[in-house]
Design a protein around this ligand. Sequence first.
Ligand code: SF4
Length: 355
Amino acid sequence: MSRLDGSDLVNGPSSRSRAGEALLEVRDLEVTFRRSGGIGRRASRVPAVQGVSFQLRAGETLGIAGESGSGKSTIARTLMGINQASAGSMRLNGENVGALRGRRLAEYRRTMQMIFQDPYDSLDPRMKVGETLLEAISLRTTKPTDPKRAVEGILDQVGLSRSFIDRRPRELSGGQRQRVSIARALCVDPRLILCDEAVSALDVSVRAQVLNLLKDLQEELGLAYLFISHDLSTLRFMADHVGIMYLGRLVEIGTRDEIFENPQHPYTRALLSAVPEPIVRDRSTRLPRVRLTGEPPSAANPPSGCSFHPRCPMAQEVCRTVAPPLRTTTSGQDAACHFADPVLVPEPARIGADA
Ligand code: SF4
């Protein structure tokens, strides 16, 4: 198994892919939020996520990157049922999540767990670690015969000794708290873990330890991760596939190598060119620096055509009026840009043509 140290943050391991059906399939997901109009004004609907589709297989990691407000966390919160989808479908193991009720819905919620950026906020400060984990383990469909022993086993899995059972969150370091959050997620035997900026608040050495732990657990338990991060070097290490979001839409999605080695969308290129030089590649092959001007526009009042056009260094007249669809490029990934390279589609066979 690959281990993360400083140099791995530079290059990352090679892409891995495993055969198998999609564990999670998201199709044309839309999420809108209601915005109060203030006194004398009508409320409006603000699109936070639009037309997002992706698949995630067991044992794989999909990384999602984008600026703050791009909608990446909204996707995770919608999968968890914290936000409501306004359109589209989410299927887990082929089952339509929107149609689940009662026991099946409870099972779905156990299958998918979330790890947040700040574990201190998500752990009850009054409860000891052992109490938190015992409470979580009581939600299992098949209860362990000896819950206390099961808790000790899970602590061991996340690299914490039994002595942590009697500690409270305030007595733990940031890295230890995040390990407890991971342990709590493992208590219900999840198949998919949504990591929302899960290591962003940790310093570099602790971050490397937690990322290595997540990789080990993935290998051992076949977990799938939806890994949301603004830090592209983290995604380079963690992800098998990477999606780039801008103003609520996926503007590029592909394998990790496709995205990092041959980005097709100007926004992806801008994000990658902003990563410090030693982290992405050596000087000879480094992407030219693309400086983005201005702030991301408001989702309540998006630009016409390609929503990236006011900031895009390659924008042409057509970009102001025509929104580019997400389409497959000759490089393999999908990109939403008029000037990304489209795959040459062969002429359809003529019906009745001579053999
Ligand atoms: Fe830039 Fe035009 Fe491509 Fe949008 S469609 S990313 S504005 S070149």
